[in-house]
Design a protein around this ligand. Structure first.
Ligand code: SF4
Length: 238
């Protein structure tokens, strides 16, 4: 099934390197993880893997693990504030089995959805450096390599948007980030943009729940038109 669905949006080339739990390429981030681990022995403090099936029709791309969220739990957006609105919305649109994500063993299952980050390791101040984004870009390319024809990618914030385009060998300047934007790519795949669902953005109401739902409404419309016979992504919020 996965093979039949696959229609790579990456140009023909050797497959990008998949996620590596032992990667220590970014010395600044490795040192920071060692520091955070020493203070918080229960935290995972390693590169955080993508969550969800490799050929899922929706891939959500965040920025990087949050210190007390993904960095601690080992699953994207799990256990922190940013995950509250994300998982509630994914659940409302049928992509997640439950609206709350608190730990890796909380039983939550994604349905035709994958969540990953542009940078797999916790950066100080939630701000990865450009060289770190570039160093991690091959892993993001691997995360995106099996998006099926007619699929969707949701970039949370400009950094995720630019990293996604770079991973797909496209120039970020050609498709600038804008909240609510819809960028058609190859093979019917569309890149959707949203402000990041961070605590800062939701507390300041830069991103509200209705704004976020409007992005998912657009994704649902795209999916209804994109793949006949598949209904998973066309669900409306409960
Ligand atoms: S951010 Fe990415 S490239 Fe850098 S050490 Fe972590 S996994 Fe490796």
């Amino acid at each position: 099934m996965a093979t039949a669905r696959r229609a790579a949006i990456l140009p023909e080339r050797p497959a990008p390197a998949a996620y590596d739990a032992d990667c220590r390429r970014c010395s600044r981030l490795v040192a920071f993880l060692d520091e955070v681990r020493a203070k918080n022995p229960g935290y995972r403090c390693r590169p955080v893997p993508p969550f969800g099936a490799p050929d899922a029709a929706l891939v959500v791309v965040g920025l990087a693990p949050g210190q007390r969220g993904a960095n601690a739990s080992g699953r994207p957006f799990t256990g922190d504030h940013a995950g509250i609105i994300l998982y509630a919305t994914l659940h409302a649109y049928g992509f997640a089995s439950q609206p709350v994500a608190i730990a890796r063993d909380d039983g939550l299952v994604l349905d035709d959805c994958r969540i990953t980050n542009a940078v797999k390791c916790l950066p100080p101040g939630n701000k990865p450096e450009p060289a770190e984004i570039r160093a991690c870009n091959g892993y993001l390319a691997a995360d995106l390599s099996a998006v099926p024809a007619g699929g969707a990618i949701l970039a949370l914030g400009r950094v995720a948007h630019d990293a996604t385009l770079r991973a797909l060998r496209l120039k970020p300047s050609a498709l600038p980030f804008a909240h609510g934007a819809r960028h058609p790519l190859a093979n019917g795949v569309v890149l959707f943009d949203s402000y990041h669902c961070s605590r800062y953005n939701t507390n300041t109401r830069r991103l509200t729940a209705p704004m976020f739902r409007a992005v998912f409404d657009a994704i649902a419309v795209h999916r209804r038109r994109g793949i006949r016979g598949r209904t998973t992504l066309s669900r409306q919020p409960a």
